[in-house]
Design a protein around this ligand. Structure first.
Ligand code: NAX
Length: 328
């Protein structure tokens, strides 16, 4: 059996972590042969709640789970980390705009970037879930200069899963028959869920749907606003589905994608598809040996171009705002 790896989950007393931790301990992310030590970071006031989570983790009685460390100290949490799920943040409440969240949250990601830089393994894989996820990932990476930029990603997998599920429902097929739907841009309402390259049972989705108005309007808006719809109904943000998506994202990053499958991830833009550099933008990627590659040379329609530009513009604005909070 392999040596255990240290896996950090921040916001460990929160609701996404509550669904995520079981997947990690059960081996469904890092595999059935990879033991793990969990490093659970939250803020001091949550330590009692976190103790309860630790008790439940013990009571799972799962052999892959070795040590569990609950802590409010980023230095202890990130020590020798091989993988980190940065979930901890202030969640969006009903009626709250993403911009309100930005200034509270970028400060958290500065501190965690500095701690990763000092204490984590240099090959640590960092997945940012806490919103605004793309810009938080950019900030975190900025404050961890000794760790390669490609080791920081932001989660748009929940949007991808939502898009796949919506197309499967529309076409009356099992969800895994839909492949290669893309989420471009920001994990926000400007994201561009793009079914134009997706396939259903190997055939193009646009032809199968045969209704461009539905794809460009109803489908698009449903996915863009799905998070808000869940909040309106549940009075809390998506947690079970977000945790599943975080597991999917990290598993594919760790294990690689299947041949011919693309997944969407927020990664530092290298200028592909004319997207400005120095923003964390969701692209379709393939992954091999722990490294992702942006899928290249997909045709971009005028409609898609305008959507890509809009979401890139929002990310540039978030970056400017984040810098003004951190360096006033
Ligand atoms: P919860 O409020 O249930 O949990 C957040 C936890 O983070 C709390 O326990 C809190 O004490 C902790 N926390 C706050 N500051 C911290 C810090 N500095 N260090 C460590 N822990 C800290 O929120 P939850 O529903 O779990 O959502 C967490 C984040 O995920 C939110 O930012 C939310 O907006 C974001 N989401 C991102 C999604 C995505 O697709 N990228 C989708 C789901 C979700 O909305």
């Amino acid at each position: 059996m392999a040596e255990p790896i240290n896996v950090v989950v921040t916001g460990a007393a929160g609701q996404i972590a509550y669904s995520l931790l079981y997947q990690l301990a059960a081996g469904s992310v890092f595999g059935p042969d990879q033991p793990i030590n969990l490093r659970l970071l939250d803020i001091p006031v949550m330590m009692e709640v976190l103790q309860g989570v630790v008790m439940e983790l013990e009571d799972l009685a799962l052999p892959l789970l070795k040590e569990v460390l609950p802590t409010a100290d980023p230095a202890a949490a990130f020590k020798d980390a091989a993988a980190a799920f940065l979930v901890g943040a202030m969640p969006r409440k009903q009626g709250m705009e993403r911009k309100d969240l930005l200034s509270a949250n970028v400060k958290i990601f500065k501190v965690q970037g500095e701690a990763l830089d000092k204490y984590a393994r240099k090959d640590v894989k960092v997945l940012v879930v806490g919103n605004p996820a793309n810009t938080n990932a950019l900030i975190c990476s900025h404050y961890a200069p000794s760790i390669p930029k490609e080791n920081f990603t932001a989660m748009t997998r929940l949007d991808q899963n939502r898009a796949q599920a919506a197309l499967a429902a529309r076409l009356g097929v099992q969800v895994d028959k839909i492949l290669n739907v893309i989420i471009w841009g920001n994990h926000s309402s400007t994201q561009f869920p793009d079914a134009s390259h997706a396939t259903v049972n190997g055939k193009p989705v646009p032809a199968a749907v045969n209704d461009d108005t539905w794809l460009n309007e109803v489908f698009l808006e449903t996915i863009q606003k799905r998070g808000a719809a869940v909040i309106a109904a549940r009075k809390m943000s998506s947690a079970m589905s977000a945790a599943k998506a975080a597991g999917d994202h990290m598993r594919d990053w760790w294990m690689g994608t299947k041949p011919g499958h693309w997944v969407s991830m927020g990664v530092l833009s290298d200028g592909s598809y004319g997207v400005p550099k120095d923003i964390v933008f969701s692209f379709p990627v393939t992954i091999k040996d722990g490294k992702f590659n942006i899928v290249q040379n997909l045709p971009v329609s005028d409609f898609a171009r305008s959507k890509l530009n809009a979401t890139a513009k929002e990310l540039e604005e978030e970056r400017t705002e984040a810098h003004s909070v951190l360096m006033p």
